[in-house]
Design a protein around this ligand. Structure first.
Ligand code: NI
Length: 137
């Protein structure tokens, strides 16, 4: 059976402040620049979730993309969309809310939620030009 990767793209917007409470204000401003703005700022995120597996002979699918969409909406998008990542999102508590940490947090939720389907890549765009990718590990 050929192994194929299917990808669902979803969007959300959220506010954050990139800030490390262990550092002083000057060091935070130096490290994070505008993203350290005390009164928050927002991003329009684009999330791409990749699942890899064999094509099921009964359906011709690896995984029904409508089902993938439902799971990602329920497990992730509903928890982050129109929220403040520093204050409102339980799985981002105690981490600096960078796109890197957000991608890892999303992976940790989705890997078990999608099983036995195999999550292989989280690609998270913070802006048109900046994205991070996480494939576990
Ligand atoms: Ni930012």
């Amino acid at each position: 059976m050929p192994s194929v990767t299917v990808v669902r793209r979803l969007t959300f917007n959220a506010a954050h402040r990139v800030h490390n409470p262990a550092l002083d204000d000057l060091e935070n401003a130096r490290l994070f620049g505008k993203c350290n703005n005390p009164n928050w700022h927002g991003h329009n995120y684009v999330l791409e979730v990749s699942v890899t597996g064999d094509i099921e002979s009964r359906t011709g699918y690896v995984l029904d993309l409508a089902r993938l969409k439902e799971i990602v909406n329920r497990e992730v998008i509903d928890k982050v969309d129109h929220r403040n990542l520093n204050l409102d999102v339980d799985f981002m508590r105690d981490v600096i809310p960078t796109t890197e940490n957000l991608a890892v947090g999303i992976w940790r939720i989705l890997a078990p939620a999608l099983a036995p389907a195999r999550l292989t890549l989280i690609r998270l765009w913070e802006s048109e030009n900046n994205r991070v990718e996480y494939s576990g590990g």
